[in-house]
Structures are given as structure tokens and as C-alpha cells.
Design a binder for this molecule. Structure first.
Ligand SMILES: Cc1ncc(COP(=O)(O)O)c(C=O)c1O
Length: 408
């Protein structure tokens, strides 16, 4: 039999099923309260609007185009609509600065492919979005820690990357309501990342998957907007903005976008020609129709539901968690990040929690490129109702209280 492992390319060696993912797959049990999945609530999908949009496509003159091959850049009316949205965020962009991807996850894969040669360094926050690490891992990079509030010098980053056998190529971060922490990078933090990128002469990948999901507090301009304010024109910028319809409309259609300087977009278009030709045309058309008719109303509906769930989870944490446990207070998104006392292990806690408390969450370690973060966990409130939240957090807190008491 073929020795598959020695025949696969080295780039596949870091592609491993995570034990935690395997465990979480089993959690579709009705007796378990799950705060694990980081997915939108399907009850909030704009089903009727999509039904209408698809019916119109099938009954109208564009059905042939909808089902035909199309251009790699993406469906033009959708790119035009997105150019308007970007302008409203302080990012004046033309359609030539906008490229449609099959979900923003594909954008992350393409950007890894575009920038990373083996042994190059990607700067990521500790913790960061696990899917970004998975996307970049295929291109065999090293990781170094990006800290928007830090003071490490550019020279120190450059030296570490040279010692690892390559160069720093980009800094990747989610500035708004990050997965997994729910935290937002301050304006000063964004400016700091920009200054660092200027000094190192690297790109910035701004993952804006949750950007529209702000429930309170004041919006901070995207990093790309701050850079355009300095440079005057998107085509002189180094920030690559990755957007998604997954958290606002629906993830199953797989439609996201990248907004960036034209040289980057042109290269991505070539990459898409080689990879999948183009994203689903009919889905882009449906998204363009649904977004064009009611994006703001849909976003308002989601805000109302998720804000309430976030508040319920924050109150339950306050009410039940023992001393020594801390958590973030996100102004948006889907996640709260919990830090347990030092010495606790989130993965062990999950195993016990599934057995006894019957509550699921994601242990934090998987989100750290260096494998640290044992004493952290991610809780998602997006798919839970108030009763589940109160009951689930109470049971989890009881379990943690027992564990902490035992360790003391
Ligand atoms: C931070 C972040 N970026 C990107 C994605 C990918 O989303 P999609 O490919 O559905 O746009 C996700 C999905 O959970 C995410 O949390």
C-alpha cells in the first residue's frame, strides 16, 4: 500500500484534525448546553428574502448568467454595492479594489498563498482565529506574536524572522470583536500596528468578519480607513481588508470579499482563476439582492438578539463565577473569553464538563500559535437563549468552583 504520509507534500504535515474538534462534533446531544459553536443563529437568517431573491433570479432574464461561468473578480453589482459600504466606513474604493471570495476563509487561504514562502513569519495575536492559523499553516510559516498594545521594536521582529529562516510578511488581526476573545483593538492599537507594518514594510491583513456586529460603544475606523486617511488613496495602502456576509446574512452561501490596493486584487484574481475560477454566481446575485434591499434591517435584527444574549451571559458570569475567574466584556461579536486561575486546564475542564455539568465550550489553547493559553476558554452566546445561558453558566461555574477549591 502507498505510504501516504511520506508521499504527501511537507505542507500537509501541519494539517491535523484537532482532538477538540472531534470531541465537539459529538455535542449535538440534547442534554448538553453548548457554548462551543461559533456560528450564527439560523433562526435569524433572512430566509424569506433569500427565497424571494432566488425566485426572481429563476423567473427573470438573468437565470442563464446566474448558472453560467463568470468572471473571477466577482459579480459586478455586488462589488458596486460593497464599494458603497466600504465608503461609508471611511474607505473610498472603486470596484477594482473589491474581489469576491468564497467566504472570507478563502481570502485567508489566498493571502497565505500569496505572501508566505516556507519559513517566512506571520505576525498574529496570541490568541488568534484558529481558522487563520489553519489557512496559513499550509504555507509552512513561523508565527510571532503581534501585540497592538506592545512595545517590541521592529528590529526585534525582523531579527527573530531572519533567525527563523525568512522574513516577516504580514500582520494578521481582527480589530473588532475578535474570535476568540470578543475584544476590540483601540484606535491607538490600530495606529501602532500600522506604524509597525510601515517600519517592517509588511502587509496588514485586517479580518473584519464581525465588524458589523457592534451592539454598543463607539465604532472605531477600520485599519484600512486609518491608513487611507494618512496616505490619501487606497492604492497606496498596505492593509488588506477581509469582509464576510457569513455573520450578517448567512454563511452557507459562502460569500465574502477582499478590499485592497489594485496590485493585490489583480494577483488574487489570477489565483482564483487557478483555484476555483469564481465564487458561486447565483449566490452572489442573491446576496446582492438581499443586501441591497435590507442589509441595515437585517443587521439591526441580529444586533437586538445578540446584544440580549451577550448581556444575559455577562450577568450570569457575574452572578455565578467564583473569585479568580475573569472574562472579557465585548461590545459586539459572538464571544466571551474566560481566563481561569493559573494551573487550570481548559481541555481537562471540557472533558469533565461534558461528563458532569453537561456544558460545552472551546478550550482556549487551540487559538494560540505557541500552544499556550491552557487556562482559557471561549464561550459563544450567539445560539443560546436566556434560560440556557443562565443554567449553563451556573453549572459551569459550579464545576470551576469545585476544581479551583481542589487545586488550592
Ligand atoms: C475571525 C473570522 N474570520 C473569518 C471567518 C471565516 O468566515 P467565512 O469564511 O464564513 O466568511 C470566521 C468564521 O468563523 C471568523 O471567525
Amino acid at each position: 500500500m502507498l505510504d501516504w504520509e511520506s508521499t504527501f507534500a511537507t505542507r500537509s504535515s501541519r494539517m491535523k484534525a484537532s482532538e477538540i474538534r472531534e470531541l465537539l462534533k459529538l455535542l449535538d446531544r440534547p442534554d448538553i448546553i453548548s457554548f462551543a459553536g461559533g456560528i450564527p443563529d439560523p433562526e435569524l437568517f433572512p430566509n424569506d428574502a433569500f427565497r424571494e431573491a432566488y425566485a426572481e433570479i429563476f423567473d427573470g432574464p438573468s437565470v442563464g448568467a446566474a448558472l453560467q461561468y463568470s468572471v473571477s473578480e466577482g459579480y459586478r453589482p455586488l462589488r458596486e454595492w460593497l464599494a458603497g459600504q466600504m465608503a461609508a466606513l471611511g474607505i473610498p474604493a472603486s470596484v477594482d479594489n473589491i474581489f469576491i471570495t468564497s467566504g472570507s476563509q478563502q481570502g485567508l487561504d489566498y493571502l497565505g498563498k500569496l505572501f508566505l514562502s516556507p519559513k517566512d513569519t506571520a505576525l498574529v495575536t496570541w490568541p488568534t482565529y484558529l481558522g487563520a492559523l489553519q489557512a496559513f499553516n499550509a504555507y509552512e510559516p513561523n508565527y510571532d506574536q503581534l501585540n497592538p498594545a506592545g512595545n517590541r521594536t521592529p528590529a526585534a521582529y525582523a531579527q527573530a524572522a531572519a533567525e527563523a529562516g525568512g522574513r516577516v510578511k504580514f500582520a494578521y488581526l481582527s480589530a473588532d470583536f475578535a474570535n476568540p476573545t470578543g475584544e476590540t483593538v483601540s484606535r491607538a492599537g490600530r495606529e501602532h500596528v500600522l506604524a509597525l507594518a510601515e517600519e517592517l514594510d509588511i502587509a496588514i491583513i485586517e479580518d473584519a468578519a464581525y465588524q458589523s456586529l457592534r451592539y454598543d460603544g463607539e465604532a472605531i475606523p477600520p485599519i484600512l480607513a486609518l491608513e487611507i486617511a494618512r496616505k490619501g488613496d487606497i492604492n497606496s495602502t498596505r492593509t488588506i481588508y477581509c469582509g464576510s456576509f457569513s455573520k450578517t446574512l448567512a454563511p452557507g452561501l459562502r460569500v465574502g470579499w477582499i478590499c485592497a490596493a489594485e496590485p493585490v486584487i489583480r494577483k488574487l484574481v489570477l489565483m482564483k482563476q487557478a483555484a476555483d475560477l469564481h465564487s458561486s454566481t447565483i449566490n452572489q446575485m442573491a446576496i446582492a439582492t438581499v443586501a441591497g434591499r435590507g442589509f441595515e434591517a437585517q443587521v439591526a435584527k441580529i444586533h437586538k438578539a445578540y446584544r440580549q444574549r451577550r448581556d444575559a451571559m455577562l450577568s450570569a458570569l457575574e452572578k455565578y463565577m467564583p473569585a479568580g475567574v475573569t472574562w472579557t466584556k465585548p461590545e459586539g461579536g459572538m464571544f466571551i473569553w474566560v481566563t481561569l486561575p493559573k494551573g487550570s486546564d481548559g481541555a481537562e475542564l471540557l472533558a469533565k464538563s461534558i461528563q458532569t455539568a453537561k456544558v460545552a465550550f472551546v478550550p482556549g489553547r487551540a487559538f494560540f500559535a505557541d500552544g499556550s493559553g491552557e487556562n482559557t476558554l471561549r464561550l459563544s452566546f450567539s445560539c443560546a437563549n436566556d434560560r440556557m445561558i443562565d443554567e449553563g453558566i451556573r453549572r459551569l461555574a459550579d464545576l470551576i468552583r469545585g476544581e479551583v477549591a481542589q487545586a488550592a
